[in-house]
Design a binder for this molecule. Structure first.
Ligand code: ZN
Ligand code: FE
Length: 259
């Protein structure tokens, strides 16, 4: 059974550590900083077999060089559609990554929108989704398009409801604040805010999050819900004719008024 644990980095990043109990091989997802990774692997007696990159941003790729200096045999996997010089194995939709030492096979999904070539890695019911989806939120649109991000989130939403979403940042409480702007009368949202506050007061990560909870509380997965459509139309002051238009409106609303 694959063991997945967070290595906190910077203010609010999580670098996900993948390992098999009893084995010495490890892989990390999106090591923006090498220092906490080296410290964690050394203290656990692990060696790095692979580095998995979801997208090109510095807080996800910044630690690659130093990790390669420490473990030259570690293979760097990343998206084919983005310029990341350190990537050795360029991946795209449908590719598979076999991690022999870690004992895991991951499947690659194209999830553009936050960036133009963002990918995610699926292992059984665990999805490493980088900055595409956050607990109760989603990434901003930087170098992709709103239509791409909406489509990518819809693909994630169609995975089995028990899927665990390993996103790259601890943004949950903040995101729940905006979600309550969109759906002030959603009772699941209010319960989730209380549960998340309790976790965060104890310093416990609020991720991974389960897809079924996201489907009930994440406004960016709910652009077909009447309450979300109504809120988006109040914000834009116009009729929105598609889920994609609703999504774009609430993403824009959060960018302009909340963040
Ligand atoms: Zn990013
Ligand atoms: Fe990020």
């Amino acid at each position: 059974m694959l063991q997945i644990t967070p290595i906190p980095a910077f203010n609010d990043n999580y670098i996900w550590l993948l390992r098999q109990p009893g084995a010495t091989a490890a892989a990390v997802v999106d090591p923006g900083d090498a220092t906490p990774v080296i410290r964690r692997l050394r203290s656990a007696g692990l060696r790095l077999e692979a580095i998995l990159i979801t997208h090109k941003h510095g807080d996800h790729v910044g630690g690659i060089r130093e990790l390669k200096r420490t473990w030259p045999e570690a293979v760097v996997y990343g998206p084919a559609g983005e310029p990341i010089p350190a990537v050795e194995q360029a991946l795209t939709e449908g590719d598979r990554v076999m991690l022999e030492g870690v004992g895991a096979e991951l499947q690659v999904l194209d999830v553009p929108g936050h960036t133009e070539g963002h990918i995610a890695y699926l292992h059984q019911d665990s999805l490493f989704c980088g900055d595409t989806l956050f607990a109760a939120g989603c990434g901003r649109v930087f170098s992709g398009t709103h239509e791409q991000l909406h489509h990518s989130l819809a693909r994630i939403a169609a995975l089995p409801p028990e899927t665990q979403l390993y996103c790259a940042h601890e943004y949950t409480l903040d995101n729940l604040g905006f979600a309550a702007w969109v759906e002030p009368d959603n009772p699941v949202l209010e319960q989730r805010r209380r549960d998340t506050e309790t976790l965060r007061e104890k310093g416990v990560p609020s991720v991974p999050s389960r897809l079924d909870l996201e489907l009930q509380t994440n406004p960016f997965l709910r652009s077909s819900e009447p309450a979300v459509i109504a809120a988006a139309e109040r914000y834009t002051g116009s009729r929105l004719k598609s889920p994609s238009a609703v999504f774009t409106a609430i993403r824009t609303w959060k960018d302009r008024e909340y963040d």
